[in-house]
Write a protein that binds this ligand. Structure first.
Ligand code: HEM
Length: 190
């Protein structure tokens, strides 16, 4: 029997995330204004905290994992990406939710399903997606909407005991073109 409960709250697959993680094999693909593509090797740390649960409208119960991600360029050791939000688990519906908030005035809610029936307590593949105007949506400032719009976001995050790897794709409408802004990384528990 796999234990996914901490202090009375069932975190489902998210229980595997809780803790502090570091990795130095990240790669970011970002757009340049001249039409070219920037590749940024990075290292990062992500802290996931178990934060209890919440009831919504008396009907929905969500287990809460809060995270903070800090990403640093290898070339100059400067932080160049900061991200905060939550991973949420709706046990009744088998739904995983991921909120992303970045300091460019862009925030989104991504969602996906997770089947607990085959869960072994060590590994899980979390798949979430969001689309501007969709059920799982994107909110962004008028400037970003008009100049660097996030059209969609998808993420696959795999946890395997003390290792996390993820790949994410943020589809942007920027500099007069569509650009697949991609990030991938792997981290280890510290
Ligand atoms: C590891 C994760 C990420 C890293 C390292 C990263 C890094 C970058 C970099 C280097 C740029 C180019 C910035 C510039 O040239 O000024 C960029 C642009 C951008 N990123 Fe990310 N990013 C990440 C994740 C995300 C996510 C999750 C979103 C949205 C949900 C996002 C939204 C944007 C937007 C809208 C831009 C265009 C702004 C601009 O270039 O002027 N990024 N990002």
């Amino acid at each position: 029997m796999v234990n996914t409960v901490i202090d009375g709250v069932d975190y489902g697959p998210l229980v595997l995330l809780i803790g502090c993680w570091k990795g130095d094999r990240g790669m970011d693909i970002a757009p340049e204004s001249d039409g070219s593509t920037e590749e940024n090797p990075f290292y990062e740390e992500i802290v996931f905290d178990a934060c209890g649960d919440v009831d919504n409208a008396d009907k929905q119960n969500l287990a809460i994992v809060r995270y903070h991600q800090k990403v640093f360029r290898k070339s100059n050791n400067q932080q160049f990406h900061d991200q905060v939000g939550y991973w949420l688990w709706d046990k009744a519906e088998g739904t995983v939710m991921h909120t992303v908030s970045i300091p460019r005035a862009v925030t989104l809610v991504a969602g996906g399903q997770f089947d607990m029936s085959g869960f072994d307590g060590h590994s899980a593949l979390l798949k979430v997606a969001s689309e501007d105007g969709g059920d799982w949506g994107v909110a962004q400032s008028p400037f970003m909407r008009d100049n660097a719009r996030t059209k969609s976001f998808s993420m696959n995050l795999k946890v395997d005991a003390d290792k996390i790897s993820y790949s994410e794709n943020t589809l942007l409408d920027i500099y007069g073109r569509e650009f697949e802004h991609k990030d991938r990384s792997s981290l280890e528990r510290v």
